[in-house]
Design a binder for this molecule. Structure first.
Ligand SMILES: [Zn+2]
Length: 473
């Protein structure tokens, strides 16, 4: 099979890769704070002869590691950020490892280690067969807040790639062929005037009133935007005490829709509602765009090569212990499993299956997932392929302690090793068949010719290094 040297290499490094994954799992660092995780990956890449450029695009935990020469140039996207409050032991009942600490509820520890395996495997394959081309490992921080890749994209770091490959830990072994919602993450700050809330409220101008009126306005807007749009908010500052009219208040919004243009249009309407709230309350307002991501643009050619590679390798070889673990864990989210599987039209098929045991054709073709990812921005700059492997029990909710649990034990390890192999094999096929790269690029050009990528971040936006992310895709 094509990619045999890569597969043998990854098999030989299985324990090292699981160890890297477990270390990142243990560090559990949230976005832009992933100092130990990023360094661990970058140091190993340097050991293997990659040229590492550390701290790129204004983010200390973002890096680019390159090996090889000339074309084609294949980029591999890696993530390693954790989620707040999800700390969990790798067991089948809820018990935090460290109370209230972050945890890898999206499996990005596996994500980073899997991409490491893929590039080292492909490097071994290229050395063995003297294949020309270069591989670039992108260490992308803060995916959960849609920050890392968007700032890296604005810096032009993906511009000279021929194509990009990545994966995501999942419950299914397949490829990602659908889209994701584009999104703006925006903080609205209202400014009023303090006063004693009982003594002289007539002198006060409440910034909190403005926030509440803005939210009411947006809730009325819902009926008059496309049904696929999503608008959600949290009040991040609602004042101090009831007896002080708040002169400062803040509300944080996510606005999502299936196309970048839809988000731009709806967002302008949300801004006008915020302005309306200032008129009603005699306050003022400014806003800060924290993140702005595109919708994901799938590439059918790369997806096809990835799927074929996954099929050649086959689903992970689950042990009886793995299955027993997944079965026990399933008891904690049984009702959710049914709903998830019904949405996949796979309920009957997988009702009594606990770990995905086959490789299937994509189930999301032509669909848009409601969530967002910053991989999407890369997909508008370079043809991008993304596969998924089973790293969690079937039906496991996203961003959950159950996800953290599977990400830190053999189920996650096995899915990660399969992903590493499938990406390396895909890379090998693409390097050996320049016509595939040309076809993928032609598809990409046709899909983007009318709307070339234009980073949606304002020119002045800076990576939010001082903010601990508390919300995620
Ligand atoms: Zn994720």
């Amino acid at each position: 099979m094509t990619g045999k040297n890569a597969v043998v290499f990854i098999d030989n490094k299985k324990e090292m890769l699981a160890d890297v994954s477990d270390k990142i799992w243990g560090y559990a660092e949230v976005g832009l704070q992933e100092h130990k995780s990023a360094k661990l990956l970058a140091d190993i890449l340097a050991e293997y002869g990659f040229k590492v450029d550390y701290g790129v695009a204004g983010m200390p935990t973002a890096f680019v590691a390159t090996w090889g020469e000339g074309q084609p140039k294949i980029g591999f996207l890696a993530e390693y950020d954790a989620l707040p409050h999800l700390s969990q032991r790798p067991i089948t009942y809820r018990e935090p490892l460290i109370e209230d600490a972050p945890g890898h509820g999206c499996g990005h520890n596996l994500y980073g280690a899997g991409v490491l395996g893929a590039v080292l495997g492909l490097q071994a394959e290229m050395k063995a067969d003297q294949l020309a081309g270069s591989i670039v490992f992108f260490g992308c921080p803060a995916e959960e807040t849609l920050v890392g890749k968007v700032f890296m994209a604005r810096e032009g770091l993906f511009n000279d790639l021929d194509l990009a490959l990545t994966w995501h830990p999942s419950q299914l072994n397949t490829t990602w062929s659908g889209s994701s919602n584009a999104m703006n993450s925006v903080k609205f700050n209202f400014h009023g005037r303090t006063a004693h809330a009982a003594g002289d409220p007539h002198n006060g101008r409440s910034a909190l009133d403005a926030v509440e009126l803005m939210n009411i306005g947006v809730n009325y807007l819902r009926e008059h935007v496309i049904p696929d749009a999503r608008m959600h908010y949290v009040i991040t500052n609602g004042g101090g005490e009831p007896n002080v009219v708040p002169d400062k208040a803040q509300v944080w919004y996510y606005v999502r829709a299936p196309r970048r243009q839809d988000v731009d249009e709806i967002f302008q309407r949300v801004v006008r509602i915020a302005e309306g709230a200032t008129l009603m309350t005699d306050t003022s307002m400014d806003y800060q765009i924290i993140a702005a991501a595109y919708n994901y643009l799938p590439n059918d050619i790369i997806s096809k090569v990835m799927l074929q590679s996954l099929k050649e390798l086959g689903a992970p070889d689950w042990s009886e212990d793995d299955i027993a673990f997944a079965r026990e864990l399933t008891d904690t989210f049984k009702d959710m499993k049914e709903k998830t599987l019904r949405s996949y039209n796979s309920y009957e098929r997988y009702k009594d299956v606990y770990l995905h045991n086959e490789v299937i054709d994509p189930i999301d073709k032509g669909k848009t997932m409601a969530g967002s990812t910053d991989v999407a921005d890369v997909s508008w700059i370079s043809p991008t392929g993304q596969l998924t492997t089973a790293c969690i029990a079937l039906g496991t909710p996203g961003h959950s302690w159950q996800f953290v649990s599977c990400s830190g034990m053999s189920i996650g390890h096995k899915g990660m090793i399969l992903a590493a192999k499938a990406m390396a094999v895909t890379g090998s096929k693409l390097l050996r068949n320049p016509e595939l790269v040309a076809e993928a690029r032609a598809e990409f050009k046709a899909k983007t010719k009318d709307s070339p990528y234009k980073c949606a971040l304002p020119a002045a936006a800076q990576p939010p290094l001082d903010q601990l992310p508390d919300h995620s895709h």
